[in-house]
Design a protein around this ligand. Structure first.
Ligand SMILES: CC(C)(COP(=O)(O)OP(=O)(O)OC[C@H]1O[C@@H](n2cnc3c(N)ncnc32)[C@H](O)[C@@H]1OP(=O)(O)O)[C@@H](O)C(=O)NCCC(=O)NCCS
Length: 329
């Protein structure tokens, strides 16, 4: 039977933080940021705007497109590294804000690959005769709270935002769209190269951890860069092969929006034409778990996808985690 996406939605906070503003905060330049990353601006959530608030707006848009009422949803998965609280889950908080009281709710953490992990999870939970028939899958981040605004190596990279999809069971043979193949991976030996060290059970918050700025993102950028290119291109090749689809048959490669050079390198490795590789990181920067789903929503809403098109989603993040998912629209 399989499942398909019947609605997409996204939300970007109003406040735009430009490269020119960053030039006043740390020793950097608009030219450096654009040439090394491709990012021109990013969105920053308001102080009183939590992930559940952004998720609620993205989810409302996705539900409207699908024509599904919140009470019809029986599963909500929220992917995020910046949940509202340690607990309860952001998914539970979102359920209450949406009034989706019939949904089973949980959060999933796979860093920037979280949306793809959540899709795979929902795909498995909704398989065959399961009672889960309509699901909301969300990627949402408020990375501005984990960003060290004194660290030029990282503060130019990240942004806030949310994206959502509604998944439904395919109804009949005429329904061609759906998730065709997926490949996920993790390699925990790299868990130190991209992390937030303090605030969890291994290093609870103390005055000292705050003084040492250990509650912010730390990253070995070049190491992450190399691993990202290789892992995403291999995962993409694996899913294409398992579905017997050639790279040139893919209408859109929708990669995690972390760095334009990474995106281009993955496209080149796959032998894809530049016009089939979707880029919007110039506007949003790296929004981690939200990035791929915000991009998907932008493609859908600008009518850049037609029924029957193949979409190849790929992501990479802390863990290290990576994945690729092939969709037919
Ligand atoms: C972070 C990243 C943009 C840095 O680009 P890079 O080409 O690798 O740059 P390097 O790390 O070699 O740094 C080059 C120089 O620029 C400097 N630099 C770093 N950030 C800077 C900034 N914002 N402005 C100006 N200079 C900067 C460095 O200090 C370094 O200076 P040095 O040579 O005097 O030591 C790049 O490595 C990257 O995107 N990595 C992957 C990040 C990522 O995708 N993370 C998320 C995964 S989900």
């Amino acid at each position: 039977m399989g499942i398909k996406i019947t609605g997409t939605g996204s939300y970007a906070p109003e406040r735009i933080l430009t490269n020119a503003e960053l030039e006043k905060m740390v020793e950097t330049s608009n030219d450096w940021i654009i040439s090394r990353t491709g990012i021109r601006e990013r969105r920053i959530a308001a102080p009183n705007e939590a992930c559940s608030d952004m998720a609620c707006k993205a989810a409302t848009n996705a539900l409207a497109m699908a024509g599904v009422a919140p009470k019809e949803i029986d599963l909500i998965i929220v992917a995020s590294v910046t949940p509202d609280k340690h607990f309860p889950s952001t998914a539970a908080i979102l359920q209450s804000k949406l009034d989706a009281s019939n949904a089973t709710c949980f959060d999933l953490q796979a860093a920037c690959t979280g949306f793809l992990y959540s899709l795979e999870c929902a795909n498995a939970l909704m398989a065959n005769e399961s009672n889960y028939r309509k699901a909301l899958i969300i990627g949402v981040e408020k990375l501005s709270v984990l960003t060290d605004w004194q660290d030029r190596n990282t503060c130019v990279l990240f942004g806030d935002g949310a994206g959502a999809v509604v998944l439904e069971k395919r109804t009949g043979k005429k329904d061609i769209g759906g998730i065709l193949a997926s490949k996920l991976g993790t390699d925990g030996k790299y868990c130190d190269i991209l992390q937030v060290e303090a605030g969890g059970s291994s290093m609870p918050a103390t005055h000292e951890t705050i003084d040492k700025r250990q509650h912010f993102i730390r990253m070995e950028g070049q190491e992450v860069f190399k691993l990202a290119v290789n892992a995403m291109s291999k995962a993409c090749r694996d899913v294409l092969e398992s579905a017997s689809i050639r790279p040139e048959d893919v209408r859109w490669l929708i990669p995690h929006q972390a760095n334009l050079r990474i995106i281009k390198a993955v496209g080149t490795k796959l032998g894809m034409r530049e016009e089939n590789v979707f880029v919007n990181l110039d506007k949003y920067g790296n929004t981690s778990a939200a990035s791929v789903v915000i991009a998907l929503d932008e493609i859908v809403r600008s009518s850049k996808v037609e029924r029957g098109d193949y979409l190849l989603l790929t992501a990479f993040g802390s863990g290290l985690t990576w994945g690729a998912t092939l969709l037919r629209w």
